[in-house]
Design a binder for this molecule. Structure first.
Ligand SMILES: *Cc1c(COP(=O)(O)O)cnc(C)c1O
Length: 390
């Protein structure tokens, strides 16, 4: 069969579902109400940001939530509020989005980049243990692609060394670890509502936390150093305006009611794809990256596939796109980014992250939202491209 890249017929010619999905009736009503009220900012007396943060805290199993402009700033504010600052080290995984590292830099701290587990590609507790120094102040597990990082050993390590735990839950709205929602398992958890994420307002973020003093400190960082309930022009500490708007919150609050259904839908698609991949001519050629131990609900923001068959990676990505099944390359290991190391980030050896950068590809969320029967398109395109011999 001629590859579509070389003029053949593509496996798929119909478009994949769009992301974000079209506005639903509840979003339309709430957004319109906010727009017509004139209460667009969160400091004007509107209730939507407050309702969103309360609902999100509740679904995360913790008492407090703070809505922010995006998750990069949310991670920064959580670190800052938990007392992480200049000269401190924060341990982060090498296989993650760059913002996990730049948030640490924004707080004036040093990102210490360590390897991930070679199987599930989440932060390796063993690698964290080896990287702890007298200056380590925090560890930032990332719940990658919608799975849950293995939090128990990480929390135990953090407790032993007196480290703060900030969960980067930007990709994991609705995921659970041993039955408990991610985001509420460490000292603070941060979600993203950027356009590609599982819930989105174009941009946005939300911090959740359990401890009252932590909430007050993080809230102050996000509100120009004010004290909660204090005076408008009273600024006992240094902070910034990191707030989300009511308009954004109005897109997000109704989404919470349908998030679980959307997660079920993506899980059904991933299960169907797993069955299809098992029937490829070369059965082990492409496999799902397994979930870390403890993931009880995977929100399947994205799906990571490991390509075990020998194939030129650039050809694979270009040929799949031409077949109408675009897949993504995933992350370069953070330690290979000179912009980060130039700012003082330190990288431990990361062979598992480097292997992942060579062999793992990502299926987009919009594709996972399609009818599970269409998972066959992905398997068919992979089989076709992998069978190609130049
Ligand atoms: C998207 C993302 C972020 C940053 O979120 P923004 O809201 O875009 O700032 C941070 N960490 C991870 C793992 C992400 O995927």
């Amino acid at each position: 069969m001629t590859l579509a890249l070389h003029g053949g017929t593509p496996v798929r010619s119909t478009p994949w579902p769009t992301w974000p999905p079209p506005l639903d009736a509840a979003q339309r009503e709430l957004v319109t109400g906010v727009l017509e009220s004139g209460l667009w900012g969160a400091t004007q007396g509107g209730r939507v940001v407050a309702d969103l943060t309360a609902a999100f805290a509740r679904t995360s199993g913790v008492p407090y939530g703070i809505a922010v402009g995006n998750a990069t700033l949310g991670l920064f504010a959580a670190l800052k509020g938990l007392g992480v600052g200049r000269g401190d080290e924060v341990i982060i995984p090498a296989y993650t989005f760059v913002a996990s590292a730049t948030a640490v830099l924004l707080a004036g701290a040093v990102p210490v980049i360590v390897d991930v587990d070679p199987g599930d590609l989440h932060l390796s507790p063993q690698a964290v243990g080896q990287a702890v120094t007298g200056r380590t102040a925090a560890v930032m597990p990332v719940h990658l692609a919608g799975s849950a990082a293995d939090m128990d050993p990480l929390n135990a390590l953090a407790a032993r060394h007196g480290l703060a735990v900030v969960e980067d839950a930007a990709q994991a709205h609705g995921a659970t670890y041993q039955g408990r929602p991610v985001g509420g398992l460490g000292d603070a958890g941060v979600y993203s509502f950027q356009a590609s994420k599982a819930m989105t307002a174009g941009e946005g973020g939300l911090i959740v936390c359990r401890d009252e003093a932590a909430h007050e400190a993080i809230w102050s960082v996000c509100n120009l150093g004010r004290r909660l309930g204090g005076q408008w022009y009273g600024h006992p500490s240094v902070g910034w305006n990191l707030r989300l708007t009511e308009i954004q919150a109005a897109l997000l609050l109704p989404w919470l009611d349908r998030l679980d259904d959307e997660i079920d839908r993506r899980n059904a698609f991933c299960d169907a794809l797993e069955r299809e991949l098992a029937h490829l001519p070369d059965a082990g050629a492409v496999t799902l990256v397994p979930q870390p131990p403890g993931t009880t609900r995977d929100s399947r923001h994205l799906l990571m596939l490991r390509v075990n068959a020998p194939v030129d990676r650039d050809l694979l990505l270009a040929a799949m796109a031409a077949e109408g099944v675009p897949i993504d390359a995933g992350y370069p290991p953070l330690g290979t980014m000179s912009a980060l190391t130039a700012e003082g980030a330190r990288a431990e050896p990361c062979p598992a992250s480097e292997a992942a950068a060579r062999s793992v590809v990502w299926v987009r969320q919009s594709m996972l939202m399609d009818d599970p029967a269409r998972a066959a398109d992905i398997a068919e395109a992979l089989a076709k491209v992998l069978a190609f011999r130049p």
